[in-house]
Design a protein around this ligand. Structure first.
Ligand code: ATP
Ligand code: MG
Length: 244
């Protein structure tokens, strides 16, 4: 892959885990239980993409890099963007202006938004990051029961192919979230079925399993990444955003 670029997460440890930050031309999935930091990282990346290249973003002097944020759960918070922007020394108003926020109401809508993104790019928008929070929630809610599983997986598969194509053709980073439930004993099932099946596991370039650690820390574990060892990074969620 040529011209791959990287976006900082604002945590050195998390950047190192990903081999130097979130890559363009890749699909990155964060999965984990509620409150593990998946949405917070989405907000952070939507701000950080706007940083100049020498500071870990993808903006150029005459061209601000923009994010598209597809929210399926109603958890996008402009006021959180303002806090994070201040923490990253970005003007909060321009931070908000450069995030194209779209609420997806069902899986069809979500799929169609992604299909329409190339036309936005052709109109001249400098979109370098796509966030989908969460990629699976609508699919899960709409396809209940075993008999619908095959159709769900097929549609999710096509959606993922669209995303990978978008990422590679336009040199965009794609970050998606996926909630998985904690088991009663406090362990997680890193279970393919729980996270969209093999379909999701194969299309995703980087999978990060997130969980809560001691003293308000978060632990991110990299799973199945090409050329990178399976290992963990510890980060924190602060008022200013993600930090070491
Ligand atoms: P879900 O699966 O429910 O969507 P999630 O993984 O997306 O969960 P987040 O919403 O990213 O979880 O994380 C929420 C946590 O982030 C809060 O519990 C809190 O610990 C932390 N957090 C959010 N805002 C702030 C803030 N302003 N200052 C400090 N910590 C914050
Ligand atoms: Mg969330």
């Amino acid at each position: 892959r040529k011209n791959v670029e990287r976006i900082t997460t604002s945590s050195h440890a998390l950047d190192d885990l990903l081999g130097g930050g979130l890559e363009t031309q890749s699909l990155v999935e964060a999965f984990g239980e509620f409150g593990s930091g998946k949405t917070q990282l989405g907000h952070q990346l939507a701000v950080n993409i706007q940083l100049p290249k020498e500071k870990g973003g993808l903006s150029e002097p005459d061209k601000v890099a923009q994010a598209v944020y597809i929210d399926t759960e109603g958890t996008f918070r402009p006021e959180r963007i303002i806090q994070i922007a201040k923490g990253s020394q970005i003007d909060p108003d321009s931070a908000l202006r450069n995030i194209l926020f779209i609420r997806a109401y069902n899986s069809d809508h979500q799929i169609n938004i992604v299909k329409r993104l190339p036309s936005l790019i052709h109109e001249g928008r400098n979109i370098r990051l796509l966030v989908i929070d969460s990629i699976t929630a609508h699919f899960r809610a709409e396809y209940v029961g075993r008999s619908n599983l095959a159709e769900r997986q097929q549609r999710l598969n096509q959606h993922l192919r669209d995303l990978l194509k978008l990422a590679t053709v336009y040199n965009i980073a794609v970050y998606v979230t996926n909630q998985v439930m904690a088991k009663p004993e406090g362990f997680f099932a890193i279970d393919q079925q729980a996270v969209g099946g093999h379909v999701l596991a194969h299309a995703i370039t980087y999978r990060i399993f997130m969980r809560k650690g001691k003293d308000r820390t978060r632990i991110a574990r990299l799973i199945d990444a090409p050329h990178l060892p399976e290992r963990e990074a510890i980060f924190r969620i602060t008022e200013e955003g993600i930090r070491d």
